[in-house]
Design a protein around this ligand. Structure first.
Ligand code: NI
Length: 185
């Protein structure tokens, strides 16, 4: 188990689709453990194997004390919409508002190959959709009309010099910073 470097935007390996996993062996277990350790060290709420340079259909999501091992995951049903800030550990320092499905139903396998199903909504549904995109070589910035929609988490330029403590822009920035801590994958 180790914390591994996370590939950053611009690395072409982030754009590779993950290959179907057929071998539920020690290497897969080690990859899942590395994903969990690297995700927690970041810290983040999820991490996908392509972010470690491994083009395999494997990701992890953690929230509320629960870890989902997502091997060969697929969304089998989805419902509703939600819009919120979203960040990615491969694009550090930025977030953007992204519309996702509010609720998803997922089928996946765990490290032993056991098929399981679950449904999640809200934040966890967002995290799952973000990770499944990584497995297709897709990043959340692909949903933006323009990279101008990308917001820096820390940005002193929009400080209100008259009243920096109560500036609405400051409040918005703090909301982005909070989102980046909680919603990076
Ligand atoms: Ni990500």
């Amino acid at each position: 188990m180790s914390v591994r470097p996370i590939l950053l935007l611009g690395d072409p390996r982030l754009r590779l689709a993950g290959a179907q996993v057929d071998a539920f062996d020690k290497q897969l277990a080690e990859l899942i453990d590395d994903l969990v350790h690297t995700m927690r060290a970041a810290p983040g709420a999820g991490l996908a194997a392509p972010q470690l340079g491994e083009a395999q259909n494997v990701a992890v999501v953690e929230a509320h004390g629960r870890i989902y091992e997502l091997v060969n995951p697929r969304i089998v049903r989805e419902n509703g919409d939600q819009r919120d800030y979203e960040g990615c550990l491969s694009i550090p320092g930025y977030v953007a508002e992204v519309t996702r499905r509010e609720k998803v139903w997922v089928e996946a396998q765990d490290r032993r190959g056991r098929l399981y199903k679950f449904s999640e909504e809200g934040f966890l549904a967002r995290a799952v959709q973000h990770e499944l995109d990584h497995l297709k070589g897709k990043l959340y910035i692909d949903y933006l009309d323009s990279l101008d929609d990308l917001l820096p988490v820390v940005d002193g330029e929009d400080e209100d010099p008259e009243d920096p403590a109560n500036s609405p822009k400051r409040a918005a920035r703090e909301r982005r910073a909070k989102a980046a801590r909680a919603h990076s994958h």
